[in-house]
Design a protein around this ligand. Structure first.
Ligand code: DX5
Ligand code: ZN
Length: 221
């Protein structure tokens, strides 16, 4: 069942010189989760942050840390993100080689396990792992950078996965990531998403003029 919309600002677009303060500000502005984009310069063409940074800022707020791993391999780094106190750890199905094992391992450590799909990956690729995932993350841009345009063709995939989740009867969050603004947020929600990641739409322009609070509110539809 589609749950009330939650907003997960992506700190990729935050001010890294004052990351802790920016995380505190979005939490106070009503963000539901903190979305952390981890990139390795191998699975995606960009390098961002790792577990040391997550650990350093984790105590700034109590809201969940939603860690999106755009790395390959994944398994050797899961322990470090668990130690950094991530709440949700999401791996890409394309990162290989054994996504089922990766998800089982994350869950065995008491964390929520998510699977993410690149735009070219079909919904059917996750039908045999829906029984163990807590979250499905549909990429609506090619992963690697903030500020890209929403790929509308992914809406059909979001609807398809919404039906698969409802049919499974399991409590699985359906998250959408990339190019989310007040307009695309509406489209994603009506297709069945219940968690929206937003980098540019929250952090772009900073915290002045209504600030993070207004920008987060506008995404709720
Ligand atoms: C892309 C990342 C996204 C991205 C979202 O690889 O996974 O989380 O930062 O940024 P916007 O909202 O600017 O598209
Ligand atoms: Zn992300």
């Amino acid at each position: 069942m589609q749950k009330p919309v939650r907003i997960a600002p992506s700190i990729l677009s935050a001010n890294f010189a004052s990351l802790g303060a920016d995380i505190d500000a979005i939490a106070k502005a009503g963000a539901d989760w903190v979305h952390v984009d981890v990139m390795d310069g191998h699975f995606v063409p960009n390098i961002t942050i790792g577990p040391t940074v997550v650990k350093a800022v984790r105590d700034v707020t109590d809201i969940p840390f939603d860690v999106h791993l755009m790395i390959s391999p994944v398994d050797p780094y899961v322990d470090d993100f668990v130690a950094a106190d991530a709440d949700i750890i999401t791996a890409h199905i394309e990162a290989g080689p054994h996504i089922h094992r990766t998800l089982q391992y994350i869950k065995s450590l008491g964390k929520k396990a998510g699977v993410s799909l690149n735009p070219s990956t079909p919904a059917s690729s996750i039908c045999h792992i829906l029984g163990i995932v807590d979250l499905v993350l549909v990429m609506t841009v090619n992963p690697g950078f903030g500020g890209q345009g929403f790929i509308e063709g992914q809406l059909a995939k979001i609807s398809e996965i919404r039906q698969m989740i409802d049919k499974s009867g399991r409590d699985i969050d359906l998250e959408v990531d990339g190019g989310i603004n007040p307009e695309t947020a509406k489209q994603a929600i009506s297709a069945g998403a219940d968690v929206l990641v937003a980098g540019t739409a929250v952090f772009g322009g900073g915290n002045s003029d209504g600030g993070y609070k207004e920008k987060i509110q506008r995404l709720r539809g």
